[in-house]
Design a binder for this molecule. Sequence first.
Ligand SMILES: Nc1nc2c(c(=O)[nH]1)N[C@H]1C(S)=C(S)[C@@H](COP(=O)(O)O)O[C@H]1N2
Ligand SMILES: [Mo]
Length: 258
Amino acid sequence: MTDSRLILPRRRFLTGAALGGSGLLLAGCDALTENEGFRSFLRSGEALNKGAQRLIMDRAALAREFSESDMSPTFKANGSISGGTPEYVAHAADKFASWQLVIDGMVRNPLSLSLAQLMAMPSREQITRHDCVEGWSAIGKWRGTPLGILLKQAGLSTRARYVVFHCADQWGPGVPYYESVDLIDAFHPQTILAWAMNDGVLPVRHGAPLRLRVERQLGYKQAKYVMRVEATDDLKKFYGGNGGYWEDAHDYDWYAGI
Ligand SMILES: Nc1nc2c(c(=O)[nH]1)N[C@H]1C(S)=C(S)[C@@H](COP(=O)(O)O)O[C@H]1N2
Ligand SMILES: [Mo]
């Protein structure tokens, strides 16, 4: 067990309060107010409506965070329990040493980042409850790179409105698992690409090397085996057009708020 534990680079370790309190939330606000889609929304009468204001405030709220003693003794692995493809299996055998995350689409500066590079960036740790629509929940500890930091570094286009997560596991020929979020969730301080779980490296069954945690939404939004992050202005351009595998296959809600 000890060898899979991570040595925390203290200097770079940002606490929840530091990220949630100011920095990233403000960075996220910048990115949102620079965004054309969001600006036209603000200009429209809709933004003056009290209901819409409340909706925005609610979307910015933090998911509940728990303490170590609340952590579930076991955390079920659900859906795919491996990336599956020969390429993925080879990367897993190599402990993802030559694997790279691609960040592209509507960005000025597409990025390719190794796991080591991701781990060397500022990170956030959070103990949260995962709720699956199938009726089970588990509390686990996640640590990863805030998505907002990566999108800023990639120079997200002002025309981008969504972020799509492409996963390694295939659910049929040409039917990969994928998911997407809007920019409010993309820049939410608890939205991270996690590479650690419960103080160890992220296990393959839970989405190694990288999985999304978008804590205000249900389990199926928490994409595992994330290989590529693509910024877009339109979800209709992807697969079945509904923004996610379950949304396409079984009419699940795209916004799965909890
Ligand atoms: N790539 C990928 N991501 C996925 C799934 C999947 O099958 N493939 N299943 C989803 C569902 S329904 C749930 S509940 C969670 C399960 O995450 P866990 O295995 O870490 O419990 O992953 C979600 N993300
Ligand atoms: Mo789920």
